[in-house]
Design a protein around this ligand. Sequence first.
Ligand SMILES: NC(=O)c1ccc[n+]([C@@H]2O[C@H](COP(=O)([O-])OP(=O)(O)OC[C@H]3O[C@@H](n4cnc5c(N)ncnc54)[C@H](OP(=O)(O)O)[C@@H]3O)[C@@H](O)[C@H]2O)c1
Length: 331
Amino acid sequence: MKALVITSLAGPSALAVQEVAKPALKPGQSLVQVAAGGLNFADFMTSKGGYPGTPPPPLVAGREFAGTEEGTGHRVMGYTQWGAFAEETAAYPNLLWPIPDQWTFEQAAAFPVNYFTAYLGYWQAGMTPDSPPAFTIHRAKAAPYTRRVLIHAVAGGVGTAAVQIGRLLGVEMYGTSSSDEKLARVKALGLQHPINYKRNEYEEVVKNLTRGEGVDAVFEMLGGDNTARSLRCVSEFGRVIQYGTATGRSPQIDLRAMYAKSASVQGLWLTYLAQKREIMEPAWKQLSAWISDGKLTPQIGHVLPFERAVEAYRLLEEGKNYGKVVVRISE
Ligand SMILES: NC(=O)c1ccc[n+]([C@@H]2O[C@H](COP(=O)([O-])OP(=O)(O)OC[C@H]3O[C@@H](n4cnc5c(N)ncnc54)[C@H](OP(=O)(O)O)[C@@H]3O)[C@@H](O)[C@H]2O)c1
């Protein structure tokens, strides 16, 4: 079968579509004929050896896919650690979800990672109906108040999912991007406060627009000094949900800002949470209810044929993507 192979950890230039053996199924797994793959920033990091737990190359790339399950004929979308960008992939049933009837394979390939990550961000921020009481952010201000969130890379895959979900949860959203054009598209999805970080200092904008109060949570995936700056954006008992380091720099902490407001930084890793049925099932229940009501639509900026998968990686590397980049793997 054809697969996109990471031939060495030298980044996108070392990726190649090659003939490889079909995947060997482990107990409990099923085989999926893959129609489309969803590209994640983690795939780009993996190609450079920057993702934890990656086995040595050669290795089949890709962690998100949509296709047809062999044996049942069901249309499914799924999540794995690698091996998704191939004509066939092996999948565990707890990481496969039925594709909504009205969705194409391309739309489905743009769903699992972005929407579960964004949903679980709100879950950890205490903003979803199934958030545990321990995650509820205490604010001295009397209820009801409008909860606020700052979303970095708001025009990306997870970012656009977070805006659609935030709108449904009634959250006031602030979001950063490098491009006015991308921000205009996300504004149409419901983002109230777009911030172009090339022109404006997001800390200042958040401070001014919230009259110094700050936001309840920040979805932070940049790392470096952005973690410290994001901590300075939160209100009392606020929380920075750290779920990535796209800048390639380790997160810096501003302890003074944490002390001053009893603020915290909390990690989020879908790979870990996805193993917990008691967390994933309520999340899927809510997400699938919204899908049935036509309230969630994966945002896809680019669809590329399999032979041009390297270009797909470059779009993410250069920050030129809007929403999801999808690779068409077979007809
Ligand atoms: N922890 C988890 O379980 C989990 C799950 C999914 C994703 N993630 C993380 O979430 C982040 C977003 O993932 P995604 O797949 O949805 O990607 P994405 O947001 O669609 O693409 C990355 C975006 O980040 C922005 N960016 C800002 N600084 C950047 C830099 N130095 N290099 C590259 N991009 C930069 C760019 O948008 P602008 O130019 O508009 O700013 C770019 O379009 C990544 O850090 C990823 O690793 C984590």
